[in-house]
Design a protein around this ligand. Structure first.
Ligand code: PLP
Length: 449
């Protein structure tokens, strides 16, 4: 039988058959479930895939939008097998959703570093931030200019090992002149769960965690952390402690157009950003601060000098390349449908995920979610409501401990108490891989009372 088939169909016939099947499968995908942006991406994928199948050696690597080639097994990536016993872990805000985009970008962000390069501690020894690689500084300034989300003129850039290190550096910078009492650090609840632990970790005599800024009524010096949009609930925020003499640190990790409308360029004393949530490169551990006051910037540099003698140059160069590719893809992409722009692509991903989640919540009837009014985004040139990196889910129907409740369905989340509020809330990451996210919404929709 097999021999008979072989005589009927030559290798060339089989190849043509495979091409036809591929083409019809992709057209079906486009027809069934794609937004216009996604359809474009699938169309982009289509051509090189066909070429590759006819002649693998002739396909080029550079900038090819093709089906992602996973580098890891399901086990290594933490992907959840699709069965009812699997645990859906959305506790951390690990931005693995972005792998897909970067895989499709092929070699555009590949960085090769010869062994002799970046052996010195120093980048530009005479600069205020002597360990900041100039190409990273340039790409940070360029990207903020392209997106319009922060003023960089008249600011000093301090690079850190993630914005987590810059947070510590900023606390040190503002308090190291040494008051008689530790300076109180507050943030409006629900606040980012790492702030209390990061503040009190080494039990510093310079500063201490003071909890919810809304109830803070101390008389001494204080620092208020303003996270906007906020982790965990996604709302755009301003400071809440209404008195003079306070210091503000703005953590704008999520002030990017895939999460929230860009309404004006941020113009604060000290602002923190991170590649972790901008491009998904959390593993590179690169963050930056835009600092007005040169004395504060100098003290932050001092802290980083003392704690880690600078920041990995390898990581900075990689981050610079990634930011450059983002700016190249997004420059002038405002009102267009240029899907290669990271922010456009991720915005459409986030829109789809939030729609899926809201559908699941409706179907279940046990939970509620925050609502976000649409605002005009100057970068994307359209109005939309925020699409936060975390879902701030509330258990209704008298379910008091939402985290434990969801664990019964093998869904791991972070409970409200970590964020300074009650246990009826949980935070759920919206940035995991498609497979995990899809499993989550499917499971959530089936939870009924
Ligand atoms: C508000 C906020 N700030 C800072 C960070 C930490 O960023 P990085 O990875 O740069 O240390 C996170 C991470 O989840 C965050 O949510």
């Amino acid at each position: 039988m097999a021999a008979a088939l072989r005589t009927l169909f030559s290798t060339r016939h089989m190849l043509m058959l495979s091409l036809a099947l591929n083409l019809s499968l992709m057209l079906k995908m486009i027809e069934e479930k794609s937004s216009p942006a996604e359809s474009l991406i699938i169309m982009e994928k289509l051509q090189p895939k066909l070429i590759a199948e006819v002649s693998p050696s002739e396909s080029t690597q550079q900038g090819r939008f093709e089906a992602p080639q996973p580098h890891f097994s399901a086990q290594e990536t933490g992907d959840t097998p699709d069965d009812e016993d699997s645990i859906v872990n959305l506790d951390h805000g690990d931005p693995t959703m972005y792998e897909n985009y970067w895989q499709q970008m092929g070699d555009r962000t590949t960085v090769v570093i010869p062994g002799w390069q970046f052996t010195s501690y120093f980048s530009v020894a005479s600069n205020l931030c002597w360990f900041l690689e100039p190409e990273l500084a340039n790409e940070i300034i360029r990207l903020h200019g392209v997106v319009g989300n922060a003023i960089t003129d008249g600011r000093h850039i301090v690079v850190g090992t993630g914005s987590s290190q810059l947070y510590q550096a900023a606390l040190y910078a503002y308090t190291s002149s040494g008051a008689s009492e530790p300076v109180t650090v507050v943030s409006a609840a629900p606040y980012y769960s790492s702030y209390p632990t990061a503040t009190d970790c080494v039990k510093s005599s310079l500063f201490r965690w003071g909890g919810d800024a809304r109830v803070y009524d101390g008389k001494g010096p204080y620092i208020e952390l303003v996270t906007s949009p906020n982790n965990p609930d996604g709302f755009v925020r301003d400071s809440v402690v209404n008195r003079s003499g306070g210091i503000l640190i703005h953590d704008l990790a999520y002030y990017w157009p895939h999460y929230t409308p860009i309404t004006s360029p941020a113009n604060h004393e000290l602002t923190l950003f991170t590649v972790s949530k901008t491009t998904g490169h959390a593993g590179s551990r690169i963050g930056w601060a835009l600092v007005k006051d040169p004395l504060i910037a100098k003290k932050m540099v001092k802290y980083i000098e003392v704690s880690t003698i600078g920041v990995s140059k390898d990581s900075q160069v990689r981050a610079a390349k990634v930011l450059k590719v983002v700016s190249d893809g997004c420059e002038g992409a405002g009102g267009s449908d240029k899907v290669e722009c990271l922010f456009r692509y991720s915005h459409s991903q986030m829109t789809r995920r939030w729609m899926q989640l809201r559908e699941a919540v409706k179907e279940s009837g046990v939970f509620s979610l925050p609502e976000f009014s649409p605002r005009h985004c100057n970068f994307l040139e359209q109005s939309f409501g925020s699409l936060p990196a975390f879902a701030w889910l509330k258990c209704e129907d008298g379910i008091e401990d939402c985290e434990s409740f969801l664990r019964r369905f093998k869904i791991v989340t972070r409970g409200g108490r970590h964020f300074g509020v009650g246990p009826s809330y949980v935070r759920v990451s919206m940035l995991d891989r498609d497979r995990t996210f899809n499993l989550f919404v499917r499971r959530l929709s089936k939870i009924h009372r």
